[in-house]
Write a protein that binds this ligand. Structure first.
Ligand SMILES: [Zn+2]
Length: 64
């Protein structure tokens, strides 16, 4: 018996898998380099904040 649950990071906007890895391409005009990216290396989806567009925060989800 095991109680080890798999967890994964997903983009909170598009629900695509996310990685704890900076995006492959980033423009400093978009703000500080985020520590997360989509699984394919693209930045997480842009969300409008008070500071302008920023990369979405990832969510940690538990797999069944
Ligand atoms: Zn996304």
């Amino acid at each position: 018996m095991t109680d080890t649950k798999s967890r994964m990071l997903i983009c909170s906007e598009c629900y695509e898998p996310a990685l704890l890895k900076s995006p492959r391409e980033w423009t400093p005009a978009w703000g500080p380099l985020p520590p997360y990216s989509h699984w394919d290396g693209d930045p997480l989806c842009a969300v409008m904040t008070r500071d302008g567009y920023r990369s979405a925060e990832p969510k940690l989800v538990e797999l069944p």
